[in-house]
Design a protein around this ligand. Structure first.
Ligand code: UFG
Length: 335
């Protein structure tokens, strides 16, 4: 039994961030329907309290049926492709999976009378910002198709919300990391490129070294600085967004999600060494194309609007949770 007015559809609920949103929703008593094509997500990552609909967000007929059958009143849209260099090589994949599929999903939402839409946007929509910290008013000038494909969806939502009875919240994520503190989910994708994941793979013997991409950035130690946010705090922001969208159906929102301070690559590697007790082999390599020196979120807006209070705003905690998950994955794959 639930006291909730409707069910929430979570696209990409078998993936990294989506699976954590499912945990947060189910923990809060929301009925949840996961829509996932399981291309990069995992069936086992779907919380048993959720109903899994296997399929594509671009399949408007399927989404329409699921909305009707399950009484969906809100959609959290995580599904999409997320690898920046791949988006440069294969832009049509990103404009298909991210932009065109989002269009189909939004169309099904409007046709099905869904009133609330929460969208996973990204700091990549800012490109290489010329101010730090980055506010929501910082110009959005993406420098790759990934960022552009997400920005286009933000624009669609703005226009659709003005024309139809649907409000939305776009959350621009900075560097998402960590894992469920209770060990129920985490970053499981093979071939990951994200720093904390890569460093934990090195700490658990899954790779031999960590490459440091650039040591001549305009940062205190010369390596890239990022604002790492715990995935569970990010999931909590989505629940607050849902409450806000329900409370005021006339208002839509766009907020950065980060903690407002950055850590360098070297600081992250130090944290992984502290957590694991393993010395990580570090190899200095050239800069990766398109990497900004520093990317730090101004988060006053979401704190003020939603009363968002991060519970895991601590690099050592983020790294420890990610490491615990990495070890769990190791045991899982060995077993
Ligand atoms: N880095 C390394 N070695 C690695 C991996 C990363 O030195 O093996 C460095 C990067 O150069 C960067 C920092 O660690 O300075 C973080 O890199 P990540 O790949 O972990 O994350 P990004 O900041 O590149 O990417 C994040 C999100 C993307 C988003 C992008 C926007 O993960 O989805 O921010 O710039 F598009």
């Amino acid at each position: 039994m639930t006291d909730k007015p409707f069910a929430v559809m979570v696209t990409g609920g078998a993936g990294y961030i989506g699976s954590h949103a499912v945990l947060a929703l189910a923990d809060a008593g929301w009925p949840v329907v996961v829509l996932d094509n399981l291309v990069t997500g995992f069936r086992w990552a779907v919380d048993p309290r959720a109903t899994l609909v296997e399929g594509d967000v671009g399949d408007e007929a399927l989404v329409g049926r699921a909305i009707g059958e399950h009484g969906i009143g809100a959609i959290m849209h995580f599904a999409g492709s997320v690898v920046v260099p791949e988006s440069v090589k294969n832009p049509l994949k990103y404009y298909g999976n991210n932009t065109a599929n989002s269009r189909a999903l939004i169309a099904a939402a409007v046709a099905g009378g869904v009133r609330h839409f929460i969208f996973s946007s990204t700091a990549a929509t800012y490109g290489v910002p010329d101010e730090s910290p980055v506010t929501e008013a910082t110009p959005q000038v993406p420098i790759n198709p990934y960022g552009m494909s997400k920005l286009m969806t933000e624009i669609m939502l703005k226009d659709v919300a003005a024309a139809h009875p649907l409000n939305y919240c776009a959350l621009r994520y900075f560097n998402v990391a960590g894992a469920d503190p209770q060990g129920r989910s985490g970053q499981s994708t093979a071939g990951a490129t994200h720093l904390i994941k890569v460093a934990n793979e090195a700490a658990t013997g899954k790779r031999g070294h960590v490459a440091i991409f650039g040591t001549d950035y305009a940062t205190p130690d010369g390596t890239g600085v990022r604002d790492y946010i715990h995935v569970t705090d990010l999931a909590a922001a989505h629940l607050l967004a849902l409450d806000a969208l329900i409370a005021d159906p006339a208002a839509s929102h766009v907020y950065n999600c980060g903690y407002g301070r950055g850590f360098s690559v070297l600081e992250v590697l130090d944290a992984v060494e502290r957590a694991s007790g393993v010395t990580i082999e570090r190899r200095m390599e050239p800069r990766r194309a398109g990497d900004p020196d520093a990317l730090i979120a101004a988060n006053d807006a979401i704190v003020r609007a939603f009363g968002w209070r991060p519970a895991h705003d601590d690099l050592d905690t983020i790294v420890a949770h990610a490491l615990a998950w990495e070890r769990h994955l190791g045991r899982r794959n060995a077993g």
